[in-house]
Design a protein around this ligand. Sequence first.
Ligand SMILES: Nc1ncnc2c1ncn2[C@@H]1O[C@H](COP(=O)(O)OP(=O)(O)OP(=O)(O)O)[C@@H](O)[C@H]1O
Length: 427
Amino acid sequence: MSEFAIRVKNLTKIYKLYKKPSDRLKEVLGFKVDVQDHYALKNVSFDVKRGETVGIIGTNGSGKSTILKIITGVLNPTQGEVTVDGRVSALLELGAGFNMEYSGMENIYLNGTMMGFSKEEIDAKLQDILEFADIGDFVYQPVKSYSSGMFVRLAFAVAINIDPEILVVDEALSVGDVFFQAKCYRKFEEFKEQGRTILFVSHDLSSIGKYCDRVVLLNKGSKLAEGGAKEMVNLYRRVLVNQVEDSMQETGEQSRETGKKDRQTEKKWQKEYLHLNPQVLEYGNGIASIADFCIYDHEGRAGGTIEKGEEFQVMMKVRYQGDVSEPVYAFTIKDLKGTEIAGTNTMYEKVPVQPQKSGDEQTITFTQRMPLEAGEYMLCLGCTGYYKGDFTVFHRLYDVCSLTVISDKKAVGYFDLFSDVTVTSGR
Ligand SMILES: Nc1ncnc2c1ncn2[C@@H]1O[C@H](COP(=O)(O)OP(=O)(O)OP(=O)(O)O)[C@@H](O)[C@H]1O
């Protein structure tokens, strides 16, 4: 057995784009038509070793699904080759491998047979599949009547319970509810422990950081870089905000980042590097307003990705349109369900803030270590204080931008206790 479960070599996929649907037929009939080549993949190579969990990340349309479809044999490449060594089970886009007219039960047998199992072998796995899917009697209904959540439950239950050596998963998990997702990720861990291979595509960067040994970063059909999860997630964040030069991938050079020097020498307000919420909720009487803000990581880079355990800064600039005797500046971190997880303000921190007059401006910097578990969070900012004797909210920005915590170390719950553990033997 080779050390590699999957080898992808110089893979290129070109789609022909026709101006009109009828042009396709005309071309088959030998007519000359106007057709454009669209490169979904450009000369992409990478290997997945047996027992590794590898993630593929990249912006929409970067070619992630195309690679998985070629690996699983759903699509043929235009050039290049893929070698797969082991029994693959794939959970691709909803519907792939399922017959919508058949019931869930019939689809279980259909998929099992396609994977090369006999009826008796599938009978033996049926109980596990049904328990994992947990869709009750719906399993006897045609799949076309399922909600997307139900569908993914069944599809995932089939994919993981038919004993694959290599599991290929495309994003599908994001459809299920959080409890089902948790159950699937537990299964991922079991798989990893059993030394099986997982290749998965996800936009969920915290899961990528948590589960992947290695990550391949795609951009516009090309492989931009490949490496540790933390490093690739950081680079991807920069791709998202156009900090990485396009030229780099065409020349195949190692990743260069633009703007970094600028940011280190003159700490500008660079909100453009954050993932801002277009529907931010803001309120306040406007006597003071948060004119600018940003998050900086431990290397002074602007951006919303912070490594657990590392120092980071939340900065904001506040402008006054009236006189305020005791301003209080605050930030809060919430989880995606809206629960406040952590936060502080200048009053709790016992930081004296001078009275402010109309036209004044202040810059506030909160510096701290990130104790939160890997995951997606939201940042809220606030400026309150006493105005004409009353406690007043001047400006609050709720869920102003996302904050992604990445880590290769797990902990229970929301926080890492950063424990120092010793184990001694003997009586
Ligand atoms: N059947 C098709 N015909 C033409 N172009 C296609 C076809 N399928 C995909 N493409 C194009 O190929 C490129 C890669 O698509 P792919 O679905 O692999 O991207 P992706 O990274 O998985 O995107 P997403 O994150 O949105 O799922 C895109 O530009 C897409 O528009």
